[in-house]
Design a protein around this ligand. Structure first.
Ligand SMILES: Nc1ncnc2c1ncn2[C@@H]1O[C@H](COP(=O)(O)OP(=O)(O)OP(=O)(O)O)[C@@H](O)[C@H]1O
Ligand SMILES: [Mg+2]
Length: 242
């Protein structure tokens, strides 16, 4: 399998505040790659660096074999990077269909017909097709999360970036999201999934990485990462002296 994404020693932050410290990791094509880590460890910032909202001060990001480190966010989106936002922010007064259509047009669809077809297939994939005429402002949290995913799919990504799409949901709803992610993987998407819910990550990912203070502190088979000393200490709050 070839790599869809490589972070090589990325240093990045906001203004002078450095958040990502020599962050390196690799995602294989077709994988669901999970990312965990304490609040403020830089997970969302990693997505910001990846899609081009912030520019690294050093290091390289290779996406689908191309060095994208200096490319604009717009070009990266058109190359196939699609993200969800940790806090869903749809256009509340627009229908679900219109919300996804905007993403499809913005994401570089070359014809209106193609954008329309893509919007409808994204709504089908996420189970929102029957609700496509409803206003986004009327949705439950689960459907808002689904809509975030549909909007990301609307940009026809090769690599889908999910930022806490299961946060705040009930156990049954989390299972719905897990099934959706499995469907997306089966449909051929490569996925990077940030989430705090450990059992969800172990059950849904092919490989897991744990971040702390902007660094990768563990990376490998999900169960092994969760059980590693670094993660037990850094993420689960187990005191060394206990
Ligand atoms: N726009 C910003 N300007 C300055 N600092 C920021 C900005 N966004 C985030 N930070 C800081 O960067 C650090 C990492 O934040 P980030 O949102 O990447 O963490 P996270 O791992 O996604 O956390 P969470 O699990 O709470 O979502 C935090 O200290 C945060 O306060
Ligand atoms: Mg975050």
């Amino acid at each position: 399998m070839s790599n869809i994404l490589e972070f090589e020693d990325i240093n990045a932050g906001y203004g002078r505040i450095r958040i990502l410290n020599d962050l390196s990791f690799t995602v294989e094509e077709g994988q669901v790659y999970g990312v965990i880590g304490p609040n403020g460890s830089g997970k969302t910032t990693m997505f910001n660096a990846l899609i081009g909202l912030i520019k690294p001060t050093s290091g390289r990001i290779i996406f689908d074999g191309v060095d994208i480190t200096r490319m604009s966010a717009n070009v990266r989106c058109k190359m196939g990077l699609g993200r969800t936002f940790q806090v869903p922010r749809p256009f509340e007064n627009m229908s679900l269909y219109e919300n996804v259509l905007v993403a499809a047009v913005h994401g570089g669809s070359n014809s209106e017909r193609f954008a329309r077809d893509l919007a409808l297939s994204s709504l089908k994939m996420t189970g929102l097709y029957d609700k496509r005429e409803i206003r986004a402002g009327e949705l439950t949290l689960l459907d808002r999360k689904r809509l975030e995913i549909a909007r990301a799919l609307g940009t026809s990504p090769k690599l889908l970036l999910l930022d806490e799409v299961a946060a705040g949901l009930t156990d049954a709803e989390v299972k719905d999201i897990m099934r959706l992610v499995a469907d997306l993987k089966a449909a051929g998407y490569s996925i990077v999934w940030i989430e705090h819910i450990i059992e969800t990550m172990v059950g849904s990912t092919d490989r897991l990485m744990c971040m702390a203070e902007g660094r990768c502190v563990a990376d490998g088979a999900p169960r092994e990462v969760i059980e590693s000393e670094e993660v037990q200490r850094l993420y689960l709050g187990v005191d060394e002296n206990e």
